[in-house]
Design a binder for this molecule. Structure first.
Ligand code: SAM
Ligand code: SF4
Length: 339
């Protein structure tokens, strides 16, 4: 499929709604060491054969080309990125790509205690660690595997190693995690960590999502204000960041809300994605993909990759459309895309 190229390479990756894309989410694997119900099937997951995954060399090449089109921020994700062997070696190469000035990682934290030092030494300075619950029972209801203590060990290891920017991401599920809101906020305030609550999106592998399970940012905010103190809005320094951030009026800590369902932020989206096997996507909810691996493995030159990136961005829809009559759930679940 080919779409008109909306701009020259010099203008970067601008879509037909004028959104400039500078942010790339890179999935490095579809494998994971737990099985969160909002992301993966419980059992019998069929992972991509390893030969289908992009090699580090292919990822770095893709990033070098994307950076020439204005991509300057990367986030490594998955699946669980820390199950990919020697991830720190990839990080080291990515931080050295001309034009890339920010490399971050999203992890479930289970393997972080073992890898924090190497990742930090490789040049990674920003970490998002997913933590939905502080009780092992609820942790296991969500992730269908044990592991809370390992995640906590990972968080403290990262702090100890010297990571300055550690953020906790908590998915909020109505009927399941209401009792986690206050303890998570207390934990974040006590340990000087930023906490962001994320609304549950229809990207679960089992296809069980309903809007009734979405615990909105607004509802969580009310709970927090009733328990602690008022939350004061923090002005956005970057319009494209998905979170709305607040500081606690008592001066202890800050909190953010990512509300893709109740308050979509598509108008300011600057993100594209590369799946672990090299498909470019212009949205989490995209139903079309552009095959960068095919181009690279068939000997295509960098101009071909640039054309592919332009085609992908030019075809981006205005909004994800969750909740609208013609919304189409993508065939892939979150772990197969990279959140
Ligand atoms: N395994 C890593 C982790 O869990 O942090 C990285 C990949 S995970 C897919 C990235 C983020 O997506 C996590 O914070 C996870 O909680 C979030 N996520 C997964 N499924 C989601 C869904 N259906 N709705 C909203 N967020 C989701
Ligand atoms: Fe694994 Fe992350 Fe998906 Fe949970 S959200 S199953 S940790 S990839």
């Amino acid at each position: 499929m080919s779409y008109p190229i909306s701009n020259s390479a010099a203008n970067g990756l601008v879509d037909s709604f004028g959104r400039k894309h500078t942010n790339l989410r890179l999935s490095v694997t579809d494998r994971c060491n737990i099985r969160c119900f909002y992301c993966m099937p419980a059992e019998n997951v069929v992972f991509r054969p390893r030969a289908e995954l992009l090699t580090f060399e292919e990822i770095v090449r893709f990033v070098r080309v994307a950076a020439q089109l204005g991509i300057n921020k990367l986030r490594l994700t998955g699946g669980e990125p820390l199950v990919r062997n020697d991830l720190h070696l990839l990080v080291r190469q990515l931080v050295g790509v001309p034009g890339i000035d920010d490399v971050a990682l999203t992890t479930n934290g289970i393997l972080l205690a073992d890898q924090a030092k190497d990742l930090h030494a490789a040049g990674l300075h920003r970490l998002n660690i997913s933590l939905d619950s502080l009780t092992e029972e609820t942790f296991q209801r969500i992730s269908r595997r044990p592991g809370l203590q390992k995640v906590l060990d990972g968080i403290f290891a990262a702090k100890h190693t010297g990571f300055q920017k550690i953020r906790l991401n908590a998915i909020a599920i109505r009927g399941l995690t209401e009792n986690e809101i206050v303890p998570l906020a207390e934990f974040a305030r006590e340990h000087d960590l930023e906490l962001r609550f994320i609304e549950f999106m229809p990207l679960d592998a089992d296809g069980n999502w309903t809007d009734e399970e979405v615990l909105t940012g607004q509802q969580i905010r009310q709970t927090l204000e009733a328990e602690f103190c008022s939350l004061e809005p923090i002005e956005r320094s970057d319009a494209s960041q998905p979170a709305v951030d607040f500081r606690f009026a008592d001066g202890v800590g800050r909190i953010g809300f990512i509300n893709p369902v109740s308050q979509p932020f598509c108008d300011d989206c600057n993100r594209i994605r590369l799946t672990a096997e090299g498909q470019i996507r212009n949205c989490l909810f995209s139903t079309t993909e552009w095959d960068a691996r095919e181009v690279m493995r068939r000997g295509g030159n960098d101009s071909k990759l640039k054309l592919l990136l332009h085609d992908c961005v030019a075809a981006k829809k205005q909004a994800h459309g969750i909740g609208e009559a013609d919304f189409e759930k993508p065939a892939r679940a979150m772990y197969q895309i990279g959140g």
